[in-house]
Ligand binder design. Structure first.
Ligand SMILES: CC(C)(COP(=O)(O)OP(=O)(O)OC[C@H]1O[C@@H](n2cnc3c(N)ncnc32)[C@H](O)[C@@H]1OP(=O)(O)O)[C@@H](O)C(=O)NCCC(=O)NCCS
Length: 309
């Protein structure tokens, strides 16, 4: 019998249990259960803590599931953790948490949730709660140092300059990712928020500039504390006017070289939309291989206008 309770704000008393749950999930699933900044807002040390719902197993009095809810201008985002033993054969914990989460949300809101390596039982719970799959992102990995393809040009790059490069970078990024659901509409606040992250390092944010104009970039991110030491090609893009000219190969080679030789990274990773054929071919030719797939599910907001008439 599983009993669901709402995590009180500043719920330090549950943090140790949540940490244990996340560690168990990471060991079982082989990927991170919650990003670092999400732990920070759980404790409320970075302002108002985020609402979370806990699934407590009445028999053992332990936390067996957690649903994190957060809001942005794009709608509500859920993040779901369920203890591996409580996922099958019936995804009761997932179902109860999703239903309890939806009760907290305005029915007109669009709700999205990313699920790493979705299992059939999780998909069942999500579909049952009205979610449908709408995006797939593949995490690719490769060992470093890489053997760089001979066709990669040796580009002269410079580090990103905080306080100077923001507007030009935003213009280039938004143009290169115009088609992308998350990356194509960054504003200054989004970029400045990343600049305050503990992992942000302008030296690993490599900029290609030709005749004083920014034409491409490879932004890297080191995952401190990861085992093996992991480094990410966080965002990479080429000016759309240069696409297909070999620039992407040169940028990727420089990013991997920085991660391996300047930061001692032994595993490179990145996320790519499964539909991004051009980028996937590029990564493939360097030796990146799929590690796992993350799928996003969305529940569209209900039109409540009729209810108010
Ligand atoms: C992905 C991107 C960085 C690649 O850079 P690029 O300069 O266009 O790529 P390159 O010219 O260096 O080509 C590298 C490889 O990409 C693939 N590629 C390039 N153009 C392609 C096309 N039109 N169709 C399919 N594959 C293509 C090929 O495999 C090519 O290698 P090859 O020429 O030996 O076959 C660039 O296209 C881009 O900025 N895209 C928009 C942003 C983006 O999607 N970023 C990646 C997010 S994960």
């Amino acid at each position: 019998m599983t009993d669901i309770r709402i995590l009180p704000r500043r719920a330090e008393e549950y943090l140790a249990q949540l940490l244990t749950l996340a560690q168990e999930i990471e060991a079982h699933d082989g990927h991170r259960a919650l990003e670092d900044h999400r732990w920070i807002d759980l404790t409320g040390s970075a302002g108002e803590p985020t609402l979370g719902l806990l699934a407590i197993d009445a028999a053992s009095r332990s936390v067996v599931g957690y649903l994190r809810l957060s809001s942005s201008r794009k709608g509500v985002e859920f993040e779901l953790l369920v203890k591996p033993d409580f996922r099958r054969p019936i995804p009761a914990v997932a179902k109860m948490l999703l239903e309890a989460g939806l009760r907290e949300v305005d029915p007109a809101s669009r709700v999205s949730i990313w699920v790493p390596n979705p299992e059939a039982s999780q998909e069942l719970a999500l579909v049952g709660a009205g979610f449908t799959p709408d995006r797939e992102v593949v995490q690719l990995r490769m060992p470093l140092p890489a053997s760089i393809p001979e066709t990669a040009p040796n580009l002269q790059l410079r580090p990103f300059q905080v306080g100077k490069d923001e507007m030009e970078w935003l213009e280039l990024n938004n143009r290169a990712f115009m088609w992308h659901p998350d990356q194509g509409d960054w504003d200054l606040a989004t970029l400045e928020e990343r600049e305050t992250e503990p992992w942000f390092d302008p030296v690993g944010f490599l900029i290609l500039e030709t005749d004083g104009v920014m034409r491409g970039f490879c932004w890297t991110k080191v995952h401190e504390g990861s085992e093996p030491r992991m480094g990410e090609i966080y965002v990479i893009a080429v000016d759309p006017d240069l696409v297909g000219s070999g620039t992407g190969r040169g940028l990727l080679a420089a990013g991997l070289d920085h991660l391996a030789n300047a930061r001692g990274v032994t595993t490179a990773m990145l996320y790519v939309e499964s539909s991004n054929v051009r980028a996937r071919k590029l990564y493939d030719s360097f030796g990146f291989r799929a590690d796992h797939l993350d799928r996003r599910y969305v529940r569209q907001g209900r039109d409540t206008s009729a209810d108010n008439q």
